[in-house]
Design a protein around this ligand. Structure first.
Ligand code: RI2
Length: 320
């Protein structure tokens, strides 16, 4: 059976980072899966063929980028509905309905989570706060917009975030909303940290002990914040918790192509080794708050994250 075009297109867009951000990756993958169900349904000659084809499409989506866990958590949730329906001996149409329901439910959960996180985070931000942020996170954008509406944020230092400059997206989206937006190069974060009250970042994955995996450069920002005695806030939905990782070291770090870092052919021709890790691991000790849609975690993160991950009901992917 040919793989539906929308799956191939979305998988390519995720791999090549035209679709990016842990949450948007997961929601685009779910939407593409939902959009391809009619085609798979129309072509599958049997219940078994439908089941097998949906699972192979899920696998294509899962194999796009290795680090962010919203994608595997979203696919696992939906796959669980498929597997349960299949185990009950249901027909193709019922399996399709179960998938559609699960996709809708997860997408709704994603939408609601962002709004609630913004509401929870704003309560932690005192009036006149100056923030530093890194990369581009849709959750962080939502909370900073909310904070600007309530007027508590005076200034936002936005790090440009080499190599792909996602900080420019952040700066653009926050401009004109009330705070003074200041774009800085990544290496200026120590220089400006004394003018900041709080660092706010998103998450690609959070291990069960609270270690954060986020865009490369997050770790050094956290270390500098600690040195200057500034607060470090992580905004993340509970489906960014990695149910299989007891610490950050167990989360695979994606390395991307050298040409994202250097395009000068004279440099490339020297054959030197260009390293381009996409993410780094910030230890939980450097984090003051993890703000989720269910509650705000602080203090003993290793026990509170593991407890909340259980309550969030994350589903482990059944073997393919
Ligand atoms: P939201 C991004 O990764 C950034 O690291 C960002 O902090 C994280 O995903 C979370 O993004 P990439 O896809 O889910 O740019 O908050 O490599 O949008």
């Amino acid at each position: 059976m040919p793989v539906p075009d929308e799956i191939l297109t979305v998988a390519k867009d995720i791999r090549e980072m035209r679709i990016r951000g842990a949450g948007p990756i997961a929601s685009s993958a779910l939407k593409a899966l939902g959009d391809s169900l009619d085609e798979i349904y129309g072509q599958a000659p049997s219940n078994e063929a439908f089941f097998a084809e949906v699972r192979s499409v899920e696998e294509i989506l899962l194999n796009t980028r290795p680090t962010a866990v919203a994608l595997p958590n979203a696919i696992s949730f939906v796959d669980n509905a498929l597997v349960e329906s299949n185990q009950k001996g249901e027909e193709t149409e019922q399996m399709r309905n179960a998938l559609e329901r699960a996709i809708g439910e997860f997408l709704d959960r994603m939408d609601r989570a962002k709004t609630t996180i913004a509401e929870n985070a704003v309560k932690l931000i005192p009036e006149g706060t100056s923030v530093m942020t890194h990369c581009h996170s849709t959750v962080v954008i939502s909370l900073l917009k909310k904070a600007m509406q309530t007027g508590v944020i005076s200034t936002i230092y936005v790090k440009e975030t080499r190599p792909l400059y996602q900080g420019l997206i952040t700066a653009r989206q926050l401009s004109g909303l009330g705070a003074d937006i200041r774009l800085i190069v990544d290496s200026a974060s120590a220089y400006y940290m004394n003018q900041v009250d709080m660092v706010v970042v998103g998450a690609d994955a959070i291990a069960l002990n609270g270690d954060l995996v986020n865009k490369i450069g997050t770790l050094q920002t956290a270390i500098i914040a600690k040195k200057f005695n500034k607060r470090f806030l992580v905004a993340a939905e509970t489906y960014k918790f990695a149910p299989n990782a007891s610490s950050g070291k167990e989360i695979p770090i994606e390395f991307r192509s050298a040409d994202e870092v250097v395009s000068d052919s004279r440099v490339i021709e020297t054959g030197l080794n260009v390293l381009n890790p996409s993410f780094d691991i910030t230890p939980h000790e450097a984090i003051d708050w993890i703000v989720t849609e269910m509650r705000v975690l602080s203090g003993d993160l290793p026990s509170s994250v593991a407890r909340l991950a259980k309550e969030a009901g994350l589903i482990r992917l059944k073997p393919f």
